[in-house]
Every structure is written in C-alpha cells, then in structure tokens.
Ligand binder design. Structure first.
Ligand SMILES: NC(=O)c1ccc[n+]([C@@H]2O[C@H](COP(=O)([O-])OP(=O)(O)OC[C@H]3O[C@@H](n4cnc5c(N)ncnc54)[C@H](O)[C@@H]3O)[C@@H](O)[C@H]2O)c1
Length: 323
C-alpha cells in the first residue's frame, strides 16, 4: 500500500512511518516540522519507498493531489502538548480543526481509508475510574485555554462521524492515552521525557500540582501495533477506539520511579499548577482507559511495562546526547 502519514516527523508518526516501511508499504509524510524533527526520520530518509513533503496541512493547496495517489491516510498532524496548547490556543484550534478538515475533505472526495488521531483529553474533567468510548464528556470552560485542545480534537471526531454517515467515509478515530517512548520531546510539557532528562542530569524533577494525579503510560511500540491492526479493518469504520495501557501511576510515583530506576541523585520538587501553566489551570485527577473495544476488535493489549518504557527513553536520550 501507499500510505500518507500527516505529522510523520513527530514522535508517534515517525515510529509509525518506520514500521510501515519495515513491513513493505510506501510512505509519504507531510509535516511542517513545527514540533516534529527530520532527525526522527533519519533511519528512513534514504529508503526509496519513503517521501517527505514539508508543508502545513492548514495552508497547503495540493492536499487532494497527494491523497488521490495514496491508499490510506494516518492523520496525526496536530498542535500537541499542554504547554504548547496553553501558550498558543489559536494555533491549536486552527491546526486541529482546519487542518483535519482539509485532510478529511480530500479523503472523502477520493474515497480513501483514514485513521484520525484523537486524545484521552476529550474525556475532560470526568471522574470515572476508567473511560469508555461511549461515555459522556465533561469539558471545562473556554476561558481555560487547555480545553481548546480537547474541543478541537472532539470536533475532529464529529467530522469523521459526519463524513462516515453522509458519505460512507472509511474513517476510524483513535483516542491515544499518554503515549511515550524514544523520540518524544519534553519541550512541550510531556512528563516522561522531561523527568527522564532531569534524572539523567541529576536535576530536580518538577511535579505540577500535588502529584496525586495519575496517568497510564503506553509504549509507542504498543500504540503503533494497534495502528497497524487498523489498516485493513472495515469493522472499525465510523467507530472510536481508546488506545492505552493499564500502567497506572501517580505523577509523584512516576517521578520517584524514574529517579530510583535511573540511580539518579535528583529530588522531587512540587510546584503549583498556576506557576507551571496559567492562573486557574485545571487538570484531571485520573485518566485510565477502558480498552475492551480495541481488544475485541484486534485482540490488542498494551504489553510494555512502565519500567521498560523508562529504560527505553533513558537509553535513547543517552545515545542522542552522545552523538
Ligand atoms: N503523544 C501522546 O501521548 C498523544 C496523546 C493523545 C493524542 N495524541 C495525538 O497523536 C498525534 C501525534 O502526536 P505526537 O505525540 O506524535 O506529537 P508530535 O508533536 O510529536 O507530532 C505532531 C506532528 O505534527 C506536525 N504538525 C503540527 N502542525 C502541523 C501542520 N499545521 N502541518 C503539518 N504538520 C504539522 C508536527 O511538526 C509534528 O511532527 C497528534 O494528533 C496528537 O494529538 C498524542
């Protein structure tokens, strides 16, 4: 197959691109390199089955020409990361709404298959112990800019469902829960690379809030395995799937595990949310997926442990700083 990966120079997109090429597909990546890096694609750049197009999905005027010539699209390009979202809500909304609209219109016009990346953020402030795809969603007030990410991604989901209903779009939505692993940057607030980098440098690990908030961390290799399962999967059209692990840990617990696993002399330092982000910043206390739907569909479960994830991130960071 010839497959378009938007956002393919980003963290998840680059891993996906590598795997797609490994198993014999041709891959075209469109990325504006805003949070992605060409170095993420260094291992595939000379592969004749790989093509890179540096463009912005919002403003490019030949999306249709690219989509026309591929068999399917993984749409991952987005404004991502709590810090980026809080600091640049206009870019977040524009990229995640208008960029996705461009991709979906082209996909619908040429009747292609598409998998669209959404996020566990859409569950918002819901307090359930695990989140299921059919749950009601509880998004915060628009005066808190962090919710622009959840809302823009939610609109993407509605778009997919609307195109599916109106034009039989072969579209599937995946809601990723805290995906982590090598190549992820801590620059935009991602907690695992930020903690691992600080621990390797023996610097304080900054825990935002009281540290009792918990997350489930999923290795990007597990995430990519789920995406590969969705390539040829008509049962998934017009549906939404949580993709995440059951590796649940509090953020303070994560900081402590990173420090002890890496034998670091770092200490944990707590700072209030309004100092870390913006006044009145709202966070969700717990965020864990119910993965029954994807398990039933693909017999998929996340397999990597948190220990393996921390180890893989540390090994890749050490290798990168040695280059
Ligand atoms: N990593 C996670 O834990 C996580 C969780 C939930 C959802 N997601 C979703 O998964 C997808 C991939 O996220 P990621 O973690 O790899 O982030 P990332 O920032 O590494 O990747 C996003 C990529 O999109 C590119 N991009 C951004 N705006 C663009 C534009 N206008 N035109 C072209 N390219 C553009 C960036 O340069 C980057 O390479 C995103 O849609 C994100 O919302 C990720």
């Amino acid at each position: 197959m010839r497959i378009l990966v938007t956002g393919g120079a980003g963290f998840i997109g680059a891993h996906l691109t590598e795997r797609l090429l490994d198993i014999g597909h041709e891959v075209v990546v469109i990325d504006n390199l805003s949070t992605g890096y060409l170095k993420n694609l260094a291992e595939v750049q000379n592969n004749p089955a790989f093509e890179f197009i540096q463009e912005d999905i919002v403003t490019m005027d030949f999306m249709g020409d690219i989509v026309k010539d591929v068999d399917m699209v993984f749409h991952l390009a987005a404004a991502v990361g709590v810090e980026l979202v809080v600091n640049d809500p206009v870019r977040t909304i524009t990229t995640n709404v208008h960029g996705t609209e461009q991709v979906l219109k082209a996909v619908a016009e040429y009747d292609k298959r598409v998998v669209v990346a959404s996020t566990s953020e859409v569950y918002g402030k819901s307090t359930k112990s695990t989140f299921s795809e059919t749950d009601d969603l509880l998004i915060g007030c628009p005066t808190h800019s962090r919710w622009s990410y959840a809302c823009s991604k939610l609109l993407d989901e509605f778009y997919v469902m609307a195109f599916h209903r109106a034009q039989n779009l072969k579209g599937t939505v995946v809601r990723f829960f805290n995906t982590v692993g090598p190549k992820q940057t801590g620059q935009y607030g991602m907690v695992v690379p930020r903690f691992v980098q600080c621990a390797l440098n023996n610097e304080d690990l900054l825990v935002y809030g009281d540290g009792t908030q918990s997350r489930c961390f999923c290795h990007v290799f597990d995430t990519v395995r789920a995406l590969l399962g969705l390539i040829d999967c008509p049962d998934s059209y017009g549906k939404i799937y949580n993709i995440g692990s059951h590796n649940k840990i509090s953020i303070e617990g994560l900081a402590e595990q990173v420090i002890s696993q890496l034998g670091s002399s770092s200490r944990v330092k707590k700072i209030p949310y309004d100092q870390a982000y913006e006044a009145g910043f709202e966070d969700m206390l717990h965020r864990a997926p119910n993965t029954k739907a994807v398990n039933d569909l693909l017999d998929w479960e996340a397999e990597f442990t948190l220990e393996q994830i921390i180890s893989d991130v540390a090994v890749s960071m050490k290798a990168e700083s040695a280059e």
